[in-house]
Design a binder for this molecule. Structure first.
Ligand SMILES: O=C(O)CCC(=O)C(=O)O
Ligand SMILES: [Fe+2]
Length: 331
């Protein structure tokens, strides 16, 4: 299902994409994922297994492959692609993990699906200092992290570009829902700079394009603090990329701080809440869209919200200097 929305005339695709698999497509994809999940050693982070998945990702149903290719070429006004009716059976899931740095190393059917879709879009990568460098990560509430600005938290998660401090941040972030939240309404929040830009005045846009902003790296990345000064908007003035983390980015001067406040207000005004249900996977273009999450109340009873997350790069070669041994894990 593809719906068309109005947008500023900046020459980019105006499509907002959602794709619901038919019963037949779901069955085809299920057979493919089940077959790959049995390929030895059936470990997501094993290079041989990943190569096999990448080679076979072209076998996903053709409408899905086309949607991913179109999205990778130009993510549209909203910069997201949501695929629904993926073959997941919530009944067969183990309890939701509730520990820090939880990851999925085994090639389960859901992990295989996340890898298949991510591989059809580009190169699935991870970061060594984050979630043990695992390619498929669990987004689950963790008691010790409840108040933190991390995906293990349950307070409101501020809008952010994923790994905004990193020179090779992901091009896309994929979130596959395995189990919904208790209230069934915890929303991932997304806001596209393509929608927000018309709400920002010319002068403020110019400030956002200047290298007057610092973004803090998490201590786990071995940083001694801050990035070099960078712009928050970059590229074509009428259709820029965005890179900002409203928890970690600050302006170097009062004008830059004010511009950040305006940017956040504009993004807030155009945000949408996406309530993921089991079998939904959203891909967010991390160059156009900031994401966050509303606050929620986990119970830590094994039935909490559970997502798998993958990161995708469009050009694997570009990050080679950050990938020891030419693997999939960046420093
Ligand atoms: O929980 C969510 O919906 C999003 C969390 C998040 O920002 C992430 O996992 O990168
Ligand atoms: Fe995130």
């Amino acid at each position: 299902m593809t719906s068309t929305t109005a947008s500023a005339n900046a020459g980019y695709s105006k499509e907002t994409s959602t794709l619901e698999l038919t019963g037949e497509e779901r069955t085809t994809l299920e057979a493919l994922a089940q077959r790959l999940a049995r390929v030895e050693p059936a470990l997501v982070d094993d290079q041989g297994w990943r190569t096999r998945v990448r080679r076979e990702s072209c076998r996903v149903p053709s409408r899905l492959s086309s949607a991913l290719r179109d999205f990778g070429h130009d993510a549209g006004t909203d910069g997201t692609l949501t695929i629904s009716n993926l073959p997941l059976s919530a009944g067969e899931l183990p309890p939701t993990p509730a520990v820090r740095d939880s990851v999925e190393r085994a090639a389960t059917v859901p992990a295989t699906l996340a890898m298949l879709l991510g591989s059809e879009l580009g190169a699935v990568v991870a970061y060594r200092e984050e979630k043990q460098g695992a390619l498929v990560q669990n987004v689950v509430p963790v008691p010790a992290l409840a108040e933190s600005q991390s995906n293990g938290g349950s307070v409101r998660l501020e809008f952010h570009t994923e790994n905004a401090f990193h020179p090779h941040r992901p091009d896309f972030v994929g979130l596959l829902c395995l189990r919904p939240a208790h209230e069934d309404q915890v929303g991932t929040q997304v806001a596209s700079v393509r929608r927000a830009l018309p709400l920002i005045d010319e002068q403020t846009r110019a400030v956002l394009h200047e290298p007057r902003f610092l973004t803090e790296a998490p201590p786990s990345f071995g940083s001694n603090g801050l990035s070099d000064p960078k712009p928050v908007l970059d590229g074509a003035p009428e259709d820029p990329d965005i890179c900002v983390d409203f928890h970690a980015t600050s302006g170097l001067d009062e004008g830059a701080e004010k511009a950040l406040v305006q940017l956040r207000e504009a993004l807030w005004a155009v945000r949408s809440d996406v309530v993921l249900r089991p079998g939904d996977m959203i891909f967010v273009d991390n160059r156009l869209v900031v994401h966050g999450r509303v606050a929620f109340s986990p119970r830590y009873d094994g039935n909490d919200r559970w997502l798998h997350r993958v990161f995708v790069h469009l050009d694997h070669r570009r990050s080679r200097g950050y990938r020891p041994g030419n693997g999939a894990v960046l420093l």
